[in-house]
Ligand binder design. Structure first.
Ligand code: FAD
Length: 387
């Protein structure tokens, strides 16, 4: 009962895919998780609709110390594979902007399909289990759980990253990796809202959303931004957060699809500046952006210096965020198990034969847009094919 071909730690996205792949090859698989059910993060992904992949996937969408690491697994597992899987299970999906694929009904369609598929292939699940220790004795791993010990020649660590602990994320994967001599690239909250200084000009605007361009550290994204009580969020902010480090400034173009200078030129000389600015922004935001005295000026009265101030406020708003909202609000973890000691083809440890790492526990961070789940499936697939 307690001897298996493979023990998979974590019943999340990559653990489920690895389990199914290995079980389809006739392997006996045990999956262990401390949660009460499988795929809790999948269920909350994409606002409950799960942005499960992206048609335009490429290794360039991933951040990893070794920029070649993702290539092999991605080359062998494309978005088409996921689409075929969903079609097989008659799960409806749709393409949204930026080539993102979402379930149209619910993310639960995917977790249920994967879980039931695993059961049909005789995968055994142990939920609500604590992993006390993982040790290797001769050619077998001993996985000690609360009340039982299990053995297998292969163990896949698919325990995810530390982001969003509310659904059971822990740093257990990193701890296990360290016990086998693996280095951990320092982890950080990624795809996360940014917090702003208490005295920043655009405070008290929470609830306002608009498309903007944000740049930092040579990276630039154009998408929606949302003002929050603590700072800014929305897809564009989550994207830039992966490139932002504490102390860096960000530059926000609040009018990326128009030019305030052109609007002023076209409006003639008589209107007040505030009338023109109000045409582009909600009133609360317009008055926060432009000083009252400046807003009351007629366009003809605007000096070169005024125009520079208007440009800086609207097209090149510079601010140094005070930090991120941390792991509790992060959709992914940056850093993780150093891929220098992992085979990019099989996800096997180069330090310990039979030990594999898949998904977010690795130092692989995808952009926002279905790339992290795709990495979880693709790396789970790579390990599941060989264990
Ligand atoms: C709010 C939110 C929305 C997201 N939306 C998207 C999206 O739409 N598209 C996308 O591509 N990505 C999205 N992501 C990221 C994506 O969900 C993850 O990158 C992906 O789930 C990682 O897969 P994984 O298998 O590595 O880890 P996980 O799916 O996190 O699975 C890890 C498993 O390990 C278990 N575990 C952890 N610690 C222990 C322990 N100590 N003992 C036993 N079991 C343990 C957990 O319970 C979990 O089941 C989102 C993330 C969040 C937080």
């Amino acid at each position: 009962m307690n001897q298996h071909d493979v023990i998979i730690l974590g019943a999340g996205a990559s653990g489920l895919w690895a389990a199914l792949t290995a079980a389809k090859r006739g392997r006996t698989v045990l999956v262990v998780d401390h949660a009460r059910k499988a795929g809790r993060k999948i269920l909350i992904a994409g606002g409950g609709k799960c942005n499960f992949t992206n048609i335009d996937i490429s290794p360039a969408n991933y951040h990893c110390k070794n920029r070649h690491f993702c290539k092999s697994a991605l080359a062998r597992f494309s978005p088409r594979h996921m689409v075929e899987y969903l079609s097989l299970h008659e799960i409806p999906w749709e393409e949204r902007e930026h080539s993102q694929l979402f379930c149209t009904r619910s993310a639960a369609d995917i977790t249920e399909a994967l879980y039931n598929d695993c059961l049909e292939h005789n995968v055994r699940f142990l939920f609500s289990e604590q992993i006390t220790s993982v040790q290797k004795k001769d050619d077998l791993f001993d996985v000690q759980l609360t009340d039982s010990t299990h053995q297998a020649p292969s163990v896949i660590v698919a325990l995810g990253g530390s982001a969003w602990p509310q659904v059971g994320a822990t740093d257990a994967g990193y701890k296990i990796a360290r016990t086998f001599g693996h280095k951990i690239i320092p982890t950080f909250p990624a795809l996360v809202p940014l917090m702003m200084p208490s005295n920043w000009k655009l405070k008290n605007l929470s609830g306002i959303a608009l498309p903007v361009t944000i740049s930092s550290n040579g990276k630039q994204f154009t998408e929606n931004m949302l003002f929050t009580h603590k700072g800014i969020s929305g897809p564009v902010v989550l994207q830039i957060s992966a490139h932002w480090k504490k102390g860096d400034s960000i530059e926000i173009d609040l009018l990326p699809y128009a030019s305030i200078e052109e609007s002023i030129k076209e409006a003639g000389s008589k209107p007040l500046l505030k009338t023109i600015v109000n045409r582009h922004f909600p009133e609360r935001l317009a008055s926060a952006l432009i000083r009252q005295e400046l807003g009351e000026k007629q366009l003809a009265q605007l000096s070169k210096k005024d125009m520079q101030e208007i440009h800086a406020s609207i097209h090149a708003f510079n601010v140094v965020p005070t930090g991120t909202e941390g792991m509790k609000k992060a959709e992914a973890t940056g850093g993780g198990v150093d891929t220098a000691d992992i085979s990019s083809k099989t996800m096997e440890s180069k330090l310990c034969k039979g030990l594999y790492f898949t998904g977010e526990v690795l130092d692989v961070l995808g952009d926002l847009g279905g790339f992290n789940l795709h990495w979880a499936w693709a790396s789970g697939n790579a390990a599941g094919e060989v264990v």
